[in-house]
Design a protein around this ligand. Sequence first.
Ligand code: ATP
Length: 267
Amino acid sequence: MDSNGSVPNDQGTGLRVRDLRVFYGPVPAVRGVSLDCPPGQVVGVIGANGAGKTSLLSGIAGLVKTQGGKVELDGRDITGWPAHRRGQAGIVYVAERRRVFPSLSVRENLTVGGWGLDKGEVNLRVEKIFTMFPRLKEREKVPSFRLSGGEQRMVSIGRALVTGARVILFDELSLGLAPRIVAELIGTMRSLADEGRIIVLVEQYIGVLLKAADTIGVLERGRVKYSGPANDAAAWLEENGYMAHAKTAGARSGAQSPAGAATGEGR
Ligand code: ATP
């Protein structure tokens, strides 16, 4: 990222994770996961509850201690770096649960994401977020504790986008959002990747990932069970029973269905 927070689209080899391990005491959450996330691609990770998705992202962002393996960004080994240093290097984690500063207004929450950047640039980026989420524009001056869950989620996503981050780790992007907003965000993922960013998108919902991701990794009990291009992943997910429930729900209501719902995989 340059001093204006913009992300050049011709740099680096991207994010490379090798044999990453995360344990909580004796409990293994991530058991040797490798992932290649080149610039310009949306890398999707799917898995049931407890498969280790959040722990994987936390390990990449430096939010939990890792017990083995390596994280590289553009060829630099960042495994030993604390979270704040990874943040400075442009790695942003958008948590599954909404995180806003409750007493700050919507605009103030978004502006915080642009800390250290040129004020004019931050305002431009905030306006872009308002175009993406018109509901936030309507509530621009409202203290964030008054927002609905979905609106707070929009704010936390918007704040990450304002940072101009190089790597954005989205945990359960679609959680708590209406299908219309999710569809818009899938388009946003694409634009962010096209700008040369690295996007890792963790989801329980197969439909969202198949639409958004270039490559997909399937996590089961802390291990990568499958990884490949999204087109091929659809066939694998079908063969392995992940799609059965998704199809039924889709035919009935157009709803998205969680991974592992048909197989009971996960914990
Ligand atoms: P979910 O979609 O439910 O968040 P996940 O795929 O993100 O699931 P993780 O939250 O990474 O999975 O959890 C992986 C495993 O680690 C689970 O068995 C979980 O119970 C365990 N785990 C997660 N956080 C902790 C923690 N702070 N302490 C102990 N065990 C934990």
